[in-house]
Design a protein around this ligand. Structure first.
Ligand SMILES: Nc1ncnc2c1ncn2[C@@H]1O[C@H](COP(=O)(O)OP(=O)(O)O)[C@@H](O)[C@H]1O
Ligand SMILES: [Mg+2]
Length: 402
């Protein structure tokens, strides 16, 4: 089994999927910008340098030519900006896996909604817009409040709730570089993910995580400590509509083998409404939380599915897992960490990971990172206790910078 793996080094979880490929017996040819980083070199049997996703046509040509005749069985990529690039190389080499058109359904937010709607999913009403006039017309037709976001967005960048025409006009300068936007009905609800490992379109492992608060709020308010909780067992009544939606949307969009990451809203009436779906793993700490909640190695199980179309995991579903990301107060370097000693003493072994920036480290740009200035992960068999611990970390832990 020879796998070409595009973008194996960044972001942080990509080398773990590479490790998974090696563990299930694959020989891996990496592809990325520049030379392969030293940390992953021992896991690779070859390397193809490509200009990267900003020069997709050229990258596809170079990679397809370099791989042709080398007995490659799979071309994979798990990073949002390169999933189409990998699909185009697969098509050129006539290898199995999702076509570029199928993958586009997971990238283009309007096409995504059209395909999901055709599959019978509840989807926010929406319009495409490329000019300011179209944007105004779309918002008025849909009715305020609306959400405005780039068609191929990620990480809640240039995404806002807009309440009226004046608010819309105020956002126009920031949208000047965005070629095309999607305007959507604003959905009120608790925001969750649906994460699934699929083999030939069938979900073999599923997980649900709730965001506290919705990313739209967390990404626009610096003082917030964004938090997430992964359920130990997603098969509980309040989450079942989201699981049904996840299965319907992934099948409707033609998911084959790999990981899907969907976001959905649970309305006050308990209905599940689609946010978005991607055919790659969720970012920040989601994969690690999934592993901790179900005692899994999703990195290896993805690799097994991708290479051998099989799943050997035995989910334990013993713990709810909460992560709290912390943003330092002030600018510059981390000066002090408050409250950690007490949390350690009182929460003990329930704290399963601590990854705060050390004193002296420069704080990160909170708009550019999903990981903030570090995080604390807690887990507990009991839902309410897990929530309580998360809230304590939110309230009692402080990083000061200056
Ligand atoms: N129709 C909507 N109604 C309410 N909130 C929305 C809607 N669309 C997006 N959001 C909010 O904006 C965030 C980012 O939008 P999303 O479509 O997930 O884009 P991205 O690819 O940037 O994550 C979501 O997580 C959610 O909090
Ligand atoms: Mg999103």
């Amino acid at each position: 089994m020879r796998v070409a793996y595009v973008q194996p080094a960044y972001p942080q979880e990509m080398p773990r999927f590479l490790r998974g490929l090696v563990e299930v017996g694959a020989e891996v040819i990496g592809a990325g910008e520049g030379p392969p980083p030293d940390a992953i070199r021992p896991m690779l049997s070859g390397w193809v340098e490509i200009p990267g996703y900003t020069r997709e046509d050229e990258s596809v040509d170079i990679l397809a030519r370099a791989l042709d005749g080398r007995g490659v069985d799979r071309v994979e990529s798990l990073w949002e900006p390169t999933v189409i690039l990998a699909a185009r190389v697969r098509e050129r080499l006539e290898l199995p896996g999702m076509s570029a058109d199928t993958v586009l359904g997971f990238r283009d937010k309007q096409l995504m909604k059209e395909r999901a709607l055709a599959a019978g999913a509840r989807v926010p009403r929406s319009r495409r817009a490329t000019t300011a006039a179209q944007l105004r017309a779309a918002a008025q037709e849909l009715g305020f409040p609306v959400v405005v976001k780039p068609i191929a967005g990620a990480g809640t960048a240039t995404t806002w709730r807009v309440d009226d025409l004046a608010g819309l006009d105020a956002r126009l300068p920031a949208l000047a570089q965005v070629a095309e936007v999607s305007v959507e009905e604003f959905v009120v609800g608790d925001e969750h993910t649906y994460d699934a490992l699929c083999i030939d379109g069938v979900a073999v492992l599923e997980s649900v995580t709730r965001y506290y608060p919705p990313p739209l709020i967390a990404r626009n308010e610096e003082w917030i400590s964004p938090a997430q909780m992964t359920y130990r067992n997603p098969y509980v009544a309040p989450l079942m509509p989201g699981i049904a939606l996840g299965r319907r949307v992934s099948q409707g969009l033609g998911m084959q083998t790999g990981i899907v990451h969907m976001e959905w809203f649970r309305t006050a009436r308990g209905e599940a409404v689609l946010g978005e779906i991607a055919c790659r793993p969720g970012g920040s700490k989601l994969m690690d939380m999934w592993n901790l909640a179900q005692d899994m190695d999703i990195y290896r199980e993805w690799a097994r599915a991708a290479c051998w179309r099989s799943f050997e995991g035995v989910p334990q579903r013993a713990h709810h897992v909460g992560v709290v990301f912390k943003r330092a107060r002030g600018q510059g370097r981390i000066r002090a960490v408050h409250g950690l000693e007490r949390l350690r003493a009182e929460l003990g072994a329930s704290i399963v990971e601590e990854a705060l920036l050390p004193v002296g480290a420069p704080r990160r740009d909170w708009k550019q990172t999903l990981l903030s200035d570090g995080w604390i992960t807690v887990r507990d068999p009991d839902h309410d206790r897990c929530r309580w611990m998360m809230e304590r970390v939110v309230r009692e832990l402080q990083l000061d910078a200056g």
